[in-house]
Design a protein around this ligand. Structure first.
Ligand code: ACO
Length: 295
């Protein structure tokens, strides 16, 4: 290993640390696990995830949709599913609502309509193993985020589809630092690929902003945003800001919008700029909107 780093150092003129970092970066770019089986779904993965070695060397992992425990072998997985008693996240249930109609394709595939959507608040310091398993699973679909093991400082808001038997399988989640120096209200957000484009991402984002509003703060997602993250946040901000402009009367300032939506002013400005609804006048941003813009 030392010799290889020497060679990299020599060839590229980098320091040892830089070379090691590059080496690590290169090895983590290689996707290890290709497919996961989770509940009734078989899902192709997108990125590398640092599962412990013996699991990371498998091309297929079996993941329990309730406990998120992972298995190399199908028979161990099936035994676990038969024995698992808690069929939902280990936290506090904070929301439950009838599930929206599912895409037509699901019915064609014979997938049942879930009865309800449920949401749990799970504390990283009390449900450590569950949250670590959640982060490892999420990394299979996230390029940049790097939280896997130090989950204590985070809360996890976990969205589940509940079936007719009351079993609640993971659909998506977002994590949030208990205390964020940067004012982030979402650290990571994921909706599992088989549940994407059903509005679950925006539901989770909406929840995050409602929590922030209740805390009397403003918040913003941790950067960098993925392309899908960018699309989802921009869509959410646009919808909420246009609704606020439509319903709130009088001359609204960026500060007023931030106070009523919990969206941070830089995100408000960039969204209104993309909609051509803001001007820079006498050193200030001025919202310039007519009734037609908010329809
Ligand atoms: N192509 C085009 N538009 C898309 C796509 C897509 N593949 N996916 C979502 N959108 C748009 C939707 O059209 C929708 O906008 P609209 O309401 O104006 O039509 C908006 O984004 C949100 O759609 P949802 O169905 O609510 O989002 P979804 O449930 O699919 O979840 C998420 C979005 C969480 C970003 C999901 O794609 C995902 O988990 N991606 C992988 C992980 C990731 O990239 N996470 C974000 C990283 S950044 C961060 O963590 C702070």
């Amino acid at each position: 290993m030392k010799r290889r780093i020497d060679e990299i150092h020599h060839v590229q003129g980098q320091s040892y640390d830089e070379a090691l970092e590059k080496e690590h970066e290169a090895s983590t770019k290689v996707k290890n696990i290709k497919v996961i089986e989770i509940g009734r779904y078989e899902v192709d993965t997108w990125y590398f995830s640092p599962y412990p070695d013996v699991f990371a060397m498998q091309s297929r992992l079996y993941i329990c949709p309730y406990s998120l425990k992972y298995f190399k072998r199908r028979d161990s997985y099936v035994r676990h599913l038969a024995a698992v008693t808690r069929r939902g996240p280990p936290g506090l249930r904070i929301y439950a609502a009838p599930a929206p109609p599912q895409p037509e394709a699901n019915a064609k595939l014979g997938l049942p309509q879930p009865a309800r959507l449920t949401l749990y608040e799970v504390d990283g310091s009390t449900a450590k193993v569950y949250c670590q398993c959640l982060c490892l699973l999420a990394k299979l679909f996230l390029d940049h985020k790097t939280l896997y093991y130090d989950v204590d400082p985070f809360l996890f808001y976990v969205l589940c589809e509940e079936d007719a038997t009351g079993a609640e399988s993971l659909a998506g989640y977002f994590s949030k630092e208990k205390s964020s120096a940067e004012g982030n209200n979402i650290a990571c957000i994921l909706v599992l690929p088989q549940h994407q484009r059903k509005g679950y991402g925006k539901l989770l984002i909406d929840l995050a902003y409602h929590i922030t509003l209740r805390e009397g703060k403003v918040g913003s997602p941790e950067k960098p945003l993925s392309d899908l993250g960018q699309l989802s946040f921009r869509s959410y901000w646009t919808e909420v800001l246009l609704e606020a402009l439509r319903t709130q009367r009088g001359n609204l300032s960026i500060k007023d919008l931030a106070a009523s939506t919990a969206i941070r002013s830089d995100d408000i400005i960039s969204t209104l700029q993309s909609l051509n609804l803001i001007r820079f006048w006498k050193g200030q941003h001025v919202i310039s909107v007519s009734a037609k813009n908010c329809r």
